[in-house]
Design a protein around this ligand. Sequence first.
Ligand code: FES
Length: 130
Amino acid sequence: MTEQTAVRPFGEIDFAAFNWQIGTNRYTSAQIQELEKDRIWSKVWQIVGRADELPEAGDWKVYTLFDQSYVVVRGRDGVIRGFINACRHRGNILCAEKKGHSGRFTCPYHLWTYGLDGKLIAVARPHPRG
Ligand code: FES
């Protein structure tokens, strides 16, 4: 075992040898924020909330991470699922409010409708103009 990997008793560690300070630029630098977005926050699990925030089937909430919006909803089977908060037709936002209750999600643009499980269940206007 080398000196670096040896486990020392807590009382024998010289904490003065550690630099515990983080420069304030870490909290204000746009470059560091971009690095964190790319290397940390886009790759780790996110805590969206507590399960008891969505007690009933159809309860949903929006979670936003930087410029990405997600809808988290409790399905009829009791399972909580997350989806990108965008219509698969032309990407219009599905849920503009922060939270709500619904039996389905209907895109306000051309009225495509999705079930609580994320499946497309109705296409009201399959070939809209505009
Ligand atoms: S963008 Fe949603 S139905 Fe067209």
